[in-house]
Structures are given as structure tokens and as C-alpha cells.
Design a protein around this ligand. Structure first.
Ligand SMILES: [Fe+2]
Length: 393
């Protein structure tokens, strides 16, 4: 059946392009990662992150007392936390260590055999892998950790301890309750190269940000039927941009903002609250005591059909990152967390060679628009004075 060309959904005709998956044209990748002949593991979802923190008590206060994550288990070295709707042992491990960093981006796979498949798939790529039948952390059994071709510590597991799903325990809900782990966001220098590798691993791209020269600045990709399980953000990497937890409603996010204000913690609110263009989700970015960035996220859309169209945003669309056109703060583009190799050492950070999204949008008057073709790019030119188009630097 032929597909119908998609007019923009924006009444003024200037929104993102909506493209059928088969019609998406990606930049040529100069140094592509090989496609293994072995089958990829069947990944269910992003399931957990292991974060190394330098002051476990301070981090406990942030994630438990402020954000309300549930403690499944803890000892003097580590705290295992989960969200209200989770039935597996944890979604976040905080582990005391000397350098704040990410030790594992952990995915759950469909069967025990998929852990074997993950191990074989990465070994064929020549990546370092480590298999532990008893798991690397409490609550999770047979697992493999890998240093992936982009330099990230990825983990795959199936066996896991089940715990009480607290979804019906409204006696425990706080007003800002976090209900699910939603996604990771990774910083990597070459986004098209990362996309091609992740598609080989079985991910589907749902949205991206690019420009008319073919530069790709960021891409969102999913296994579960939401906008993403992880995103690749163009920048110096490998680094972790943020980990995101979902709330049920927008007002839960507003409550977290109010609570942080009341606790005189407004300086830990980095960006938002707001509505994303990409993903259509309502969002807030906060910084933990080590500077690890956490997003609170709600109400993106269903993407589970195999022919789910791809939404492509122009990097100069002033509403791509914030639907209301609010500027992105520079730290959001520049700051990110280190990631560790399998020995626990920080991975060296490689600079991005392509243009950076910050450089082509923040402070670059005339590069961003609210309505395509509008030279002023703003209401009566007022935004050019600085409050919309990003003269923060
Ligand atoms: Fe995010």
C-alpha cells in the first residue's frame, strides 16, 4: 500500500517532518561498526542504572528523601532503589566510590538465552565482555557486562528477584511519586554511527534532530513502545547525559519543583519544568549531589507499531527542545557524567567533530526560528532581545 505524504501537523506548516521509516535518509557513516552475524539479543527495556556516587548519605537524601524512590535493600556500600510500579529488585543502584560516574546501563532481555546472545554478539564485535552467573549486583542473577563499541558499559540480564509492586499502595505515594524508569540518555561524538549500531542491536529510531547539511545532532530510540529507552546526544563522549524517571501526571513534576523551592534547593533545578518538542513529554531536569543529571518525565506517546513514523526536527527549530520556546541552558549541553570501563576506571572522553547543537543554536542570532521562513524568528522581533533565542552566553 502506498503511503500518504504527511503534511506538517502544525497549523502554520512549520513543525517537524514526519517521515515513514523506509524513507528516512541518514548521513553516511565514515567508520561504521560492523554488523555481527550472530543474532542480537531480544531486549525488553531499559531496566536499571548503576551510579557511582561520592557521598552515599547525601545521595540517599536526594533520591529517597527528596524524590521518593523506594529502598529495596541497602548496606554501607550501596543502596538499591525502585519506582512505585516496578516489580523487579531495583531500577537504580547507588554505589559509594571515589569518582562520580556510571558503572552500568542495564537492559532486561526476554529470556535467559538472550544473555548468551548478548555475550556472543559483543564478542563477535571484539568488545570486552564479562559474564557473572551470580550477577554483578544484588537482586540480579546471570548477567553480562560489556564495553560497547561506543565506550559505554552496557549490561544485559534476565534473572531477577521479584519484589512487591507498590502501584496500589497509595498509602505510600507521595505527591511527586516516580512510577517507572523511563530512559537513559547518552552523549556520544558521532550520532549516525551510534544509530546504525543501535539499530543492529534491535532498536528503532523514533525521533531525531538534524539540519539541512545532513548533520545529525541527537536521536531517540526504543525497544519498549514509548519514544525511547535511550537517546544518543551528540557531544564529547562517552558520557551519561541523564537518567529519566516517569511520573503519572504533570502536576507530580510541579510538586517536585515546589518541594525543591521550599527546601531552598532551586539551584539543583537545572532546566524546566516544560514541555518537550521532541517526545512531546513534560519534563524537569535536576542535579544530584554529584552532578548526575536526573530527568523527571511524563506523557510521551505510544510507538509500538512496526510502521511508527519517524519525527525529524530541524536543529534551528526553536521549539524542538522546549515546545514553549524557552531557551536551553548551556550547562545542559556541556555537562555530563563520566562512564566506567569494566575495571572501574573512567573512560577517556573523545571530542565531537561535527558542529555542536549549542554552537549552532545558543547565541547564534538568526539561526533559530519559531515559524520557518520568519526572519525575525519571534513575535515583533522582541525575542531577539534575548529572552527567547538564547543569548545566555
Ligand atoms: Fe530524557
Amino acid at each position: 500500500m502506498s503511503t500518504t505524504p504527511h503534511p506538517s501537523t502544525d497549523p502554520s506548516g512549520t513543525g517537524p517532518a514526519v517521515v515513514e521509516q523506509d524513507d528516512v535518509v541518514r548521513p553516511t557513516v565514515a567508520n561504521p561498526i560492523a554488523t555481527p552475524s550472530a543474532p542480537a539479543p531480544d531486549i525488553l527495556r531499559c531496566a536499571s542504572m548503576e551510579l557511582v556516587v561520592t557521598d552515599l548519605a547525601a545521595s540517599r537524601a536526594f533520591y529517597v528523601d527528596l524524590l521518593g524512590l523506594i529502598v529495596t535493600e541497602e548496606d554501607e556500600n550501596a543502596i538499591y532503589l525502585r519506582t512505585m510500579e516496578e516489580f523487579i529488585h531495583h531500577n537504580l543502584v547507588l554505589r559509594q566510590g571515589p569518582v562520580a560516574a556510571v558503572a552500568a546501563f542495564s537492559y532486561r532481555v526476554r529470556t535467559p538465552e538472550d544473555v548468551d546472545r548478548a555475550e556472543a554478539w559483543y564478542q563477535e564485535l571484539g568488545c570486552r565482555t564479562e559474564r557473572r552467573k551470580d550477577g554483578f549486583v544484588k537482586g540480579i542473577g546471570d548477567s553480562v557486562r560489556v564495553e560497547d563499541p561506543l565506550g559505554f558499559p552496557y549490561e544485559f540480564f534476565f534473572e531477577v528477584e521479584h519484589v512487591e509492586r507498590l502501584a496500589w499502595r497509595y498509602d505510600l505515594y507521595g505527591a511527586g511519586a516516580l512510577v517507572r524508569l523511563d530512559h537513559f540518555n547518552q552523549v556520544t561524538p558521532d550520532v549516525p554511527r551510534a544509530c546504525r549500531y543501535m539499530e543492529d542491536l534491535g532498536f528503532r529510531i523514533t525521533e531525531d534532530i538534524s539540519d539541512s547539511d545532513g548533520v545529525e545532532y541527537a536521536a531517540w530510540m526504543r525497544r519498549k513502545p514509548t519514544v525511547h529507552d535511550t537517546a544518543m546526544t551528540g557531544g564529547n563522549g562517552p558520557r551519561m547525559h541523564h537518567v529519566a524517571f516517569a511520573t503519572h501526571e504533570k502536576h507530580n513534576i510541579i510538586y517536585i519543583c515546589d518541594k525543591m523551592g521550599a527546601l531552598r534547593m532551586s539551584d539543583r533545578i537545572e532546566r524546566g519544568p516544560g514541555r518537550h518538542g521532541v517526545s512531546n513529554a513534560f519534563y524537569l531536569y535536576v542535579l544530584d549531589p554529584d552532578g548526575h543529571r536526573v530527568e523527571i518525565y511524563t506523557q510521551d506517546y505510544y510507538t509500538g507499531d512496526p510502521d511508527n513514523p519517524v519525527v525529524r526536527w530541524d536543529v534551528h527549530d526553536n521549539q524542538r527542545r522546549d515546545w514553549w520556546g524557552n531557551p536551553v541552558v548551556p550547562s545542559w549541553y556541556t555537562e555530563a557524567s563520566l562512564v566506567l570501563d569494566l575495571d572501574g576506571n573512567p573512560k577517556p572522553v573523545v571530542d565531537r567533530e561535527d558542529p555542536s547543537e549549542m554552537d549552532v543554536t545558543i547565541g547564534a542570532d538568526g539561526f533559530s526560528y519559531t515559524r520557518a521562513g520568519d526572519d525575525d524568528g519571534s513575535y515583533r522581533g522582541e525575542a531577539a532581545k534575548g529572552f527567547k533565542l538564547g543569548n545566555q552566553l
